[in-house]
Design a protein around this ligand. Structure first.
Ligand code: TRP
Length: 467
């Protein structure tokens, strides 16, 4: 059995490149846009604590599993699972888990790009000074105006998708390192500045209580959402981290690196929440505002501080960069697979995949305006309807894609990968890849991958079904 496979897509110069790429993938709209609004929708503390537990007990083990599978095989996820399963004497059908992951990734990218587009749009709005001195209501109306215009959203969605496809097509995953090395620290500093601002609002403690006061009554409400978001935030469950693991040098420590990336990602999420909620309360906005939360609170804050216009521009540039480095990782597993499989040029593969995502993304664009009334999975007093125009309950198109990917597909994908690493690959292979010095740590890691994470996922699913 070989342990020294070489990737056809190239390999990274050092473990730092993996750290940058994986952090770039993990830190994105999930931490800055999605986490705060979900905390708001699911009532605060209960969601945050469940989320943190899911990161530690489920997310990190799955991330370890993905990284070590990728590095062991040095192939795109589908081929990695197939080759390693066959090597260990199991069925090559394990690769189906990775195919499902690719589809999930494409669906996620379809709406990710739309929201990435919002941040591009906001760079311009900030730069024009549209928010200077604005009231919270005005900012809210402004956002409402932006999303009600399908042409405007389509334009920026297209721009965002083109930017992501451009980088992927050139295969400059390593070029990522240079930009992220500069951008990530600046993003971090700006979040700290925002945090500083939110401390001056007089509502800081209200924000802290909202985020950390544990309300046991609401745990079940947000349980599946929190688990799904733990996957989303760490970029696990579709093979993004697996393909990055495939480019990771052999001598780098997987466990240290993965835990580091997970910590940074979680820290950015908490920072974003702590910066946002005090502003939400200070400005009288509603924490359960939904997907627009960040796009109304932050412009309001930037509109009312010194140098806000400039900081606002820089902030949204960085959000766009963070989103873009995540988008890349959503496309890469499928691009790598098709390049391995078909030998079609990388450029064309990327183009067609990006086009498909773009097309599906139009559904998300329209669910904020012309298809706003189109509701799926409606349960009303008159009974359950798969689809109904104008229903008060139910999910819009974006809601359906988001629900299906984050709450169902990501956990299932993660389950497949972690069971694969824990039970299928073989203990020897896992030990060799992890190469931990302490046998106790190895046993603990294996225990997390074999029992804690898979059972955790199943328990959350079960709790949701019997709620
Ligand atoms: N983690 C990214 C974010 O938080 C999004 C992302 C990138 C992702 N790759 C992924 C989510 C793979 C799920 C699976 O913005």
């Amino acid at each position: 059995m070989s342990t020294d496979k070489v990737s056809v897509h190239g390999s990274w110069a050092s473990r730092w490149v993996f750290i940058f790429a994986a952090t770039g993938s993990a830190v994105g709209l999930g931490s800055i846009w999605k986490f705060p609004y979900m905390v708001g929708v699911y009532g605060g503390g209960a969601f945050v604590l469940v989320f943190l537990a899911c990161i530690a007990l489920i997310g990190v083990p799955v991330m370890l599993a993905e990284t070590l599978i990728g590095r062991r095989a040095r192939l795109s996820p589908a081929n990695a699972l197939k080759v390693l399963a066959v090597e260990a004497g199991h069925s090559g059908r394990w690769s189906w888990g990775a195919f499902a992951g690719m589809i999930t990734a494409l669906l996620i990218l379809s709406f990710y790009s739309v929201v990435g587009g919002w941040s591009l749009d906001y760079i311009i709005n900030m730069g024009k000074g549209d928010f200077q001195g604005a009231t919270a209501d005005q900012v809210g109306d402004y956002f409402g105006g932006v999303i009600s215009n399908p042409w405007r959203l389509t334009f920026w969605h297209t721009a965002f998708m083109l930017l992501s496809a451009f980088v992927i097509a050139r295969g400059v995953v390593a070029g990522l390192e240079r930009s992220l090395r500069i951008m990530m620290p600046i993003l971090f500093v700006l979040l700290l500045v925002l945090l500083g601002y939110s401390m001056t609002t007089g509502h800081f403690m209200e924000g802290v209580h909202f985020m950390f006061d544990f309300n046991p009554d609401r745990v079940l409400d947000g349980l599946l959402a929190a688990m799904g978001h733990a996957f989303f935030s760490l970029s696990v469950g579709v093979g993004s981290i697996m393909i990055y693991g495939a480019y990771m040098p052999k001598n780098a420590s997987i466990s240290g690196t993965v835990v580091g990336v997970a910590l940074i990602d979680t820290f950015v999420s908490l920072l974003a929440g702590l910066a946002l909620f005090p502003i939400v309360f200070a400005s009288g906005l509603n924490p359960s505002e939904g997907p627009g939360l960040m796009f109304v609170t932050l412009p309001f804050a930037f509109g009312n501080v010194a140098f806000g216009q400039l900081m606002g521009v820089v902030f949204f540039v960085l959000v766009a960069v963070a989103a873009w480095s995540s988008a890349i990782s959503l496309l890469e597993p499928m691009v790598a697979y098709l390049v391995e499989r078909t030998r079609v040029r990388r450029l064309w593969v990327t183009f067609w995949l990006a086009f498909t995502c773009w097309f599906v993304g139009l559904g998300t664009v329209f669910s904020f305006n012309i298809w706003k009334q189109a509701k799926f999975f409606v349960s009303e007093e008159s009974g359950f309807h798969l689809y109904q125009w104008g229903a008060a309950s139910g999910l819009d198109f974006f809601g359906v894609v988001d629900f299906f990917t984050s709450r169902i597909m990501l956990p299932l994908g993660g389950l497949c990968f972690v069971v694969f690493a824990g039970w299928i690959m073989g203990r020897g292979a896992v030990r060799d890849e992890l190469s931990m010095r302490s046998p106790v740590m190895f046993t603990l890691t294996l225990f997390l991958m074999r029992y804690v994470a898979p059972l955790g996922i199943l328990i959350v699913f079960a709790a949701q079904l019997w709620k």
